[in-house]
Ligand binder design. Structure first.
Ligand SMILES: Cc1cc2nc3c(=O)[nH]c(=O)nc-3n(C[C@H](O)[C@H](O)[C@H](O)COP(=O)(O)OP(=O)(O)OC[C@H]3O[C@@H](n4cnc5c(N)ncnc54)[C@H](O)[C@@H]3O)c2cc1C
Length: 471
């Protein structure tokens, strides 16, 4: 066995994915602490390093990344499915960004040590994947687990169904590298990666009739128009949040609630004939949805069990296939529904979302809470984990926990100041930035904020009631 060397640090952060980076960035910029980051990857950014070449953020760049450094140019797209909305960084941009954060921000501070290509073994010990050398870390404050969310992408996890070796079946990463045109395509998976694979094929001129889309469950989609940082979208964003809560307060069942959320344009779905049961925070725009609706061969026969030379076996029956068909695997569970555990627990911090589907914001805020409060009890009271949603009922659960967290933050003036200044906090982008914006939208912002405040308590009560009915 290789000899063990030893180093010291205040915080040991295991994982330099987006969450580990966002956490370390706040610690380094807001405190004098030393931080050590360890990761199996050769570069920071975690799963973005393994993502498909045509991946883009699903949300505007304006509030993704780390708090201290802007991502992108705050420009609006002039063409494509995201036309008129704020830019979405590509996977390459995201990786370059995290590399710059590491090199020019964290390492340049002189208080950060970074060990890429290193596997954490537990007990504050890690091993180089290149030399096998082990390092023992003396941790003065805490060990931070930034791997708990267990993100999986298809390129690093093969399909869970059997595939006949003679059949062409590739992860969606391989689509741009497919050697020859195929007679037909079967996209397996209806989450965000399945959407991206279908849109890629359509964008490259594949006729919709040549695509079959295996959709074990229909999904509710978030309308990206309602997740925009510019004040000009205020009616959709802050107005959308108010509309959500108005719908909650009005609804007497989950079905009625989702009908209202469709009416207000908050949620979208592929087909009015198939009521979704899945909700995983996937975002689309209305033009993207129009494109997807051109695919009329949507296979709703459950999950794929095997892909054979002549047929695909699904839970609900079989469909034909052949060797001229390319099967595109989009079935990895990108964001697993991990059980909630206390974030702050003695010498350990387990990073989790504390606002629905806002992992980087959550990691940054947890770092701020960590150094701003004394006891684990105080900290955990501000940081109830919001597990990643999976079903429509989870919409209620995640909205409830996020709202309760927001209510506890509202009672802490020093957190309010931080939230108002944090670029990762979506809400910070609502504030008018100049006199003109103030004149045009100031009154509306105030009116919506007031209405939002009025709806919070009745909304919480109703969410609890609807959840009790649905469970
Ligand atoms: C296609 C796609 C698009 C997305 N778009 C958005 C978006 O627009 N907005 C958004 O908020 N979220 C988005 N997400 C969610 C995204 O997962 C999070 O934003 C974020 O990237 C998650 O980062 P993470 O640090 O939790 O996980 P990861 O990126 O998985 O990082 C964890 C790191 O831990 C390392 N690690 C694990 N085990 C060990 C070990 N034993 N030793 C050492 N290192 C270890 C891994 O190598 C990895 O680098 C998207 C996800 C996907 C899959």
């Amino acid at each position: 066995m290789n000899p063990v060397s030893s180093i010291t640090t205040d915080y040991l952060v295991v994982g330099s994915g987006a969450m580990g980076m966002a956490f370390a960035d706040v610690l380094v910029n807001e405190t004098g602490a030393t931080v050590t980051l360890v990761d199996k990857h050769d570069r920071p950014g975690g799963h973005w390093n393994d993502a498909y070449p045509y991946v883009r953020l699903h949300q505007p760049s304006a509030f993704y990344g780390v708090n201290s450094r802007r991502l992108g140019n705050n420009a609006k797209d002039k063409r494509g499915g995201n036309k008129g909305l704020f830019e979405l960084a590509s996977g390459t941009e995201v990786c370059t960004y995290f590399d710059q954060v590491m090199q020019r921000g964290l390492l340049a501070s002189g208080r950060v040590q970074y060990f890429p290509m290193s596997e954490y073994l537990g007990e504050n010990c890690f091993r180089s994947l290149v030399t096998g050398a082990r390092t023992q870390v003396e941790v003065a404050h805490k060990t931070v687990n930034a791997t708990y969310m267990n993100v999986q992408v298809p390129s690093v996890r093969g399909p869970l169904y059997n595939v006949d070796p003679a059949v062409s079946c590739v992860p969606l990463n391989e689509l741009p590298r497919t050697p020859a045109p195929s007679d037909g395509y079967v996209v397996i998976g209806a989450g965000k990666t399945g959407i991206d694979a279908c849109l890629w094929l359509l964008r490259h001129g594949v006729a919709p009739g040549r695509i079959r889309w295996v959709m074990p469950r229909d999904s509710w989609y978030l309308n990206r128009k309602h997740i925009q940082p510019g004040i000009e979208f205020i009616e959709h964003t802050l107005g959308g949040q108010v509309a959500n809560m108005e719908a909650v307060v009005k609804a007497s069942s989950l079905t009625q609630l989702f009908d209202l959320l469709i009416e207000t344009g908050q949620l979208l779905r592929l087909s009015a004939d198939h009521r979704p049961t899945m909700y995983r925070c996937a975002t689309v725009t209305e033009p993207e949805l129009e494109e997807l609706r051109k695919i009329d061969q949507v296979i709703r026969m459950g999950r794929v069990k095997s892909v054979g030379a002549t047929q695909i076996e699904l839970e609900g029956g079989t469909i034909p296939t052949n060797h001229n068909t390319l099967h595109v695997d989009c079935s990895a569970d990108g964001l697993a529904n991990r059980p909630a555990v206390p974030v702050f627990n003695g010498n350990t911090i387990t990073l989790q979302s504390i606002r629905t589907c806002q992992q980087v914001f959550s990691a940054a805020m947890l770092a701020h809470i960590e150094h701003s409060y004394d006891s684990d009890e105080q900290k955990n009271a501000l940081a109830a984990p919001v597990p990643h949603p999976n079903t429509d009922v989870d919409w209620l659960r995640t909205t409830l926990i996020s709202t309760l967290n927001g209510l506890s933050w509202a009672q802490q003036p020093k957190l309010q100041t931080w939230l108002g200044q944090s670029r990762l906090n979506f809400g910070s982008h609502f504030a008018p930035k100049n006199a003109k914006e103030q004149k045009n939208s100031g009154a509306l912002v105030q009116q919506l904020a007031k209405r939002s405040g009025e709806l919070t308590l009745p909304g919480i009560t109703k969410l609890e009631g609807l959840l009790a009915l649905a469970e």
